[in-house]
Ligand binder design. Structure first.
Ligand SMILES: *Cc1c(COP(=O)(O)O)cnc(C)c1O
Length: 374
């Protein structure tokens, strides 16, 4: 093994896709933005298509173009496309684009007019997130769009929105957002335009809010076997999901130190008794958050060894304990599904004051991904 690898279990990915397929009548869009949440864009995309994903979704247009260049034929939406993007390639490659502004819409129309080919568009509606999406100028936007549809200049494939608090299923904001969405869609339909697809649900809503499923659900974090919110929705196991990423590294060095020794930059940690420390070959340059605390660590030689001291750029130190049989050169598990006692991604997230999404997405390109079927 290299000094570190992220092992991705494709059986887990496929199981997580089939899991949600079995719980909805909607089509399933597998969200593969950000290198498939750090799991690897192309292998994950091929695997989910095999398992029955109807759509793929990316944030960036480059990500969608890479999918097409790798021979992927299913419908793809790219939903973060500012002015100045390569809309001609998008149209040529049958990549669906999301629009929230007339500025972007006009650029897309310029490109499509030059190409003589209609763009496939999804309008995003802002129903309360105040991020992307058409806001209060919906009525005038509808006038523009209906004109373009009637002139046969665009295919209006979908209308969509995004929840701000779907990970808190009891919040009334969720149903409020859904009803704003429904009202705006009704206005569009009343203007004589019927989009083929409506979509609003992310993983949290897919799991907890069936009324929001509409025709497509956008299955992101759940695909990777992680919970959208451990507190409100439960952990992976209780939902029935299988975490797909296992991060492994090596002990670059195991050494004994005396009670009172300080560890790492800033000498922020002190060992209370004679112990063995292990130096792990991963650091913040690889995506291990620098602010991780000792609620995280590694699984070494059958035991948990908590992190001690600050994470450095390329390495961090764990306290193995004086009895540990771990030795220089050993492989350790940084995180995994937790089945063998290793720390989970959720535990790492907690130890870093963040969410599981960020832990997996940050794992950088220095860490090779390898694919297994456990
Ligand atoms: C990232 C993203 C999703 C997926 O969200 P999860 O919580 O990971 O399921 C869905 N829709 C949009 C627009 C997104 O940006």
């Amino acid at each position: 093994m290299n000094r570190a690898v992220a092992e991705i279990n494709l059986n887990a990915i496929e199981s997580n896709l089939k899991f949600i397929k079995g719980k909805t009548n909607a089509q399933v869009l597998a969200v593969v933005k950000a290198d498939a949440y750090g799991h690897g864009l192309i292998p994950i995309s091929k695997s989910v298509i095999e398992a029955g994903a109807d759509w793929l979704g990316t944030a960036l247009l480059e990500e969608a173009i890479t999918l097409r260049e790798n021979g992927i034929k299913v419908p793809i939406i790219a939903w973060l496309t500012p002015c100045g993007e390569d809309f001609k390639s998008a149209i040529n490659l049958n990549i669906d684009l999301s629009i929230s502004s007339l500025e972007v819409l006009n650029e897309i129309i310029d490109s499509s007019t030059q190409l003589g080919k209609k763009p496939r568009l999804h309008i995003e509606i802002d129903t309360g997130m105040s991020r992307g999406g058409v806001g209060d100028d919906w009525d005038s936007f509808v006038v523009e769009v209906s004109k373009l549809v009637k002139e046969d200049k665009i295919s209006l494939v979908g209308v969509w929105s995004h929840f701000a608090r779907a990970d808190e299923p009891l919040e009334k904001m969720n149903s409020q957002q859904l009803s704003i969405f429904t009202d705006r869609v009704t206005k569009l339909i009343n203007s004589g335009i019927k989009p083929e697809f409506l979509h609003m649900a992310n993983s949290a809503a897919a799991l907890t809010f069936k009324d929001s499923h509409k025709n497509i659900i956008r299955w992101g974090i759940g695909l990777y076997g992680l919970s959208p919110d451990v507190n409100y929705i439960g952990d992976s196991i209780s939902i029935g999901l299988k975490p797909a990423m296992k991060l492994k590294a090596k002990l670059n060095l195991v050494k004994k130190v005396k009670a009172g020794s300080t560890v790492g930059y800033g000498a922020t940690a002190v060992v209370n008794e004679d112990t063995k420390l292990g130096v792990v070959t991963l650091g913040y340059a690889d995506g291990i958050p620098r602010n991780a605390n000792n609620l995280a660590g590694v699984f070494a030689c059958g035991k948990r060894a908590p992190l001690i001291g600050r994470v450095s750029m390329d390495q961090f130190v764990v306290n193995l304990g004086i009895e540990s049989l771990a030795k220089t050169g050993d492989e350790v598990i940084v995180f995994g599904a937790g089945n063998d006692g290793e720390y989970t991604i959720d535990e790492w997230a907690k130890a870093c004051g963040t969410i599981n999404y960020e832990i997996v997405t940050r794992i950088g390109p220095r860490v090779p991904r390898i694919y297994t079927r456990e």
